[in-house]
Design a protein around this ligand. Structure first.
Ligand SMILES: Cc1cc2nc3c(=O)[nH]c(=O)nc-3n(C[C@H](O)[C@H](O)[C@H](O)COP(=O)(O)OP(=O)(O)OC[C@H]3O[C@@H](n4cnc5c(N)ncnc54)[C@H](O)[C@@H]3O)c2cc1C
Length: 570
């Protein structure tokens, strides 16, 4: 479809009669401006525009009439702590993608700075995502797309990442289960399509399926089995990457937001943060949901992120044995823009169900809803009838950073030399992260960054001990070295004081920082028991009063005042 045809199509469609739309094309980037009647129309027009021939990116500035625009909450920090810092490369965003890139760059003799607006790493999509290391990007995805290619490459690289960085990684495989006998003959057809993506797959008959997954109901008639599907905890991977990058010389600047980019004569000269300006010639934009805005800050918009929310249910790890593989419905999806979700076995033994997929106007919309939870329950509970509603311990939501072309946008900016955009990294971004990291370093090399290998580079990082996973002898040994490993502070997840102290030593400064490093607070009681203990330890180790401590930085204070002084104090 040509631009004119797209314009005609919109004009001729009565459902868009109240839309005011201006279209312009700059090179391969199509700009949409104006007003619509609803958010759904904004998204629909963006997707429609992606069908225009030769277009690489859609900058969609349409907004629904009367809907308040998102407010940017910028808390002035007032301190120019980083003013004048110099770097060869600044990477914006310490999610799994930015962290992977920073770690890959730390192989070379370079000054690399990783900038993150939150108080800790992995607090964007990489915290709210599911846990699958996908075997391929999905049947609806063009096998020649970047997303499809980097998914398969990334999957293959996970064994190396897990071995070097010592994070939990398992490959339980995935069963895409069909519940109707009539669909079984179609499985071979689907398998052929999957093979085109370079993903191993096998058709499984009823008997074998029930042997592999005894918890399925009798109706389960057959499945596709994907042996390469794996699971990780994406925040654990991110933390491991950052620890290793920092050990190899990367500077991590937390609580630092990029608010401007200095561009002179068409080339990046510096990155302006709310804590001062950093001089650099190369900027890697891995800002997730905000990657479109960071590109705008450089005066080089190339794509727009439309937030797509996903709600998930977490099942108690005491029900872990109820499911042995990742499961997905082998049915036609309602929404072509998602992989449809499933039941994932987390590396920690519990199950995650979901996510849903809902287009939302606001990037920070992580609210869970009754409808979302019901949708997940209805869709997946039929696969594991032994799971009861009371086995659900919590619900949460994450927001995907989708572009309108629905592909990753990884490329040097067309307009500004030195800027490399790594945008639109929606699912399978966790899977693709190792391949994205390599690709970005390659782009930087081609853009003129000199890469000399660092002799002292150490690819290895050791994880902190997990008391729950140790045998009795190892536990005794640990306690004899440090008595704090003998004090359990989180009963649901069996986390000890020793682990909490180690998490703080490795960089946790908030309750969520401890939670994502140790699992304290992630269990059935969701922090009801351990929160006071964690606050006490955090206060003691950081030397800060409990009233100043937060759940996740900013204004998320936990304690308003003291009514039980002796308890919190000792
Ligand atoms: C519900 C859900 C389920 C998913 N399931 C899977 C799955 O099973 N498998 C899979 O492979 N993928 C999955 N994904 C996708 C995956 O989570 C993402 O692709 C991946 O986490 C993207 O990582 P990222 O580093 O690009 O983004 P993020 O993790 O969002 O990191 C970007 C970082 O940039 C920071 N930042 C933004 N703006 C600025 C600024 N101006 N200055 C400084 N810092 C800034 C943010 O705070 C953030 O920490 C899922 C996603 C969701 C939401």
């Amino acid at each position: 479809m040509k631009v004119e045809e797209f314009e005609e199509r919109v004009k001729g469609d009565p459902s868009f009669s109240r839309v005011s739309l201006r279209i312009s094309l700059e090179g391969e980037i199509l700009f949409l401006e104006g007003e619509t009647e609803s958010w759904e129309q904004v998204v629909e027009l963006g997707h429609l525009a992606a069908g225009v021939e030769g277009v690489r990116g859609i900058v969609n500035r349409l907004w629904p009439r009367g809907l308040p625009k998102p407010e940017r909450k910028r808390e002035g920090k007032g301190k120019a702590a980083w003013d004048g810092m110099r770097a060869d490369v600044v990477v914006v965003g310490a999610g799994i993608v930015g962290a992977g890139i920073a770690r890959e760059l730390s192989r070379y003799e370079l000054e690399v700075v990783l900038v993150e607006k939150e108080e800790d790493v992995a607090w964007g999509q990489s915290k709210g995502g599911a846990s699958w290391i996908h075997g391929f990007a999905g049947l609806d995805v063009d096998p020649t797309s970047l997303k499809a290619k980097l998914c398969v490459e990334g999957n293959a690289l996970y064994d190396e990442w897990a071995e070097e960085l010592d994070f939990s990684f398992k490959r339980p495989g995935l069963l895409a289960v069909v519940m109707e006998e009539e669909l079984v003959p179609l499985l071979e057809v689907a398998a052929e399509r999957v093979r085109e993506h370079g993903c191993p797959v096998r058709v499984i008959g009823r008997e074998e399926l029930h042997r592999m997954e005894p918890g399925l109901p009798p109706e389960a008639a057959g499945a596709l089995f994907f042996p390469t599907y794996g699971v990780v905890a994406p925040y654990e991977v991110t933390i491991a990457l950052v620890e290793n990058a920092v050990a190899n010389g990367v500077k991590l600047l937390l609580g630092t937001e990029v608010i401007g980019v200095r561009v002179e004569e068409g080339r990046v000269k510096g990155v302006i943060t709310d804590r001062g300006e950093i001089f650099t010639s190369f900027l890697v934009n891995a800002a997730g949901l905000y990657s479109d805005e960071v590109a705008e800050l450089a005066g080089a918009p190339e794509f727009t992120i439309h937030p797509r929310k996903g709600e998930m249910l977490l099942i108690d790890w005491k029900r872990a044995g109820a499911c042995l593989h990742n499961l997905a419905p082998g049915e036609l999806k309602e929404d072509p823009y998602t992989k449809g979700g499933g039941i994932s076995l987390t590396v920690d033994g519990n199950m995650l169900w979901g996510p849903t997929a809902q287009e939302v106007p606001y990037k920070e919309d992580t609210e869970t809803t009754k409808e979302g939870m019901e949708r997940v329950w209805r869709k997946f509970s039929k696969y594991l009838p032994s799971i009861k509603r009371t086995d659900v311990i919590t619900a949460f939501a994450g927001v995907r950073a989708a572009t309108y072309t629905e592909d990753f946008h990884i490329a040097p900016s067309r307009k500004v030399k030195g800027l490399v955009n790594v945008g639109g990294i929606q699912s399978p971004g966790i899977t693709a992260a190792p391949a994205i990291a390599r690709m970005v370093v390659d782009i930087l090399r081609k853009e003129g960054l000199e890469l000399r290998e660092k002799v002292s580079f150490n690819p290895r990082r050791r994880a902190a001990p997990r008391f729950r996973e140790l045998g009795d002898r190892e536990r005794e040994q640990l306690i004899s070295l440090d008595r704090r490993y003998g004090r359990v502070v989180c009963r649901c997840e069996h986390v000890t004081e020793g682990e909490v102290v180690e998490a703080i030593r490795r960089g946790a400064t908030t309750l969520d920082g401890i939670k994502f490093r140790t699992r304290a607070g992630m269990g059935r009681c969701q922090g009801g028991f351990c929160t006071p203990h964690l606050l006490r330890i955090l206060s003691r180790e950081l030397g800060r009063p409990v009233e100043e401590l937060t759940k996740k930085g900013g204004k998320s204070r936990v304690v308003m005042g003291r009514i039980k002084e002796p308890f919190l104090g000792g």
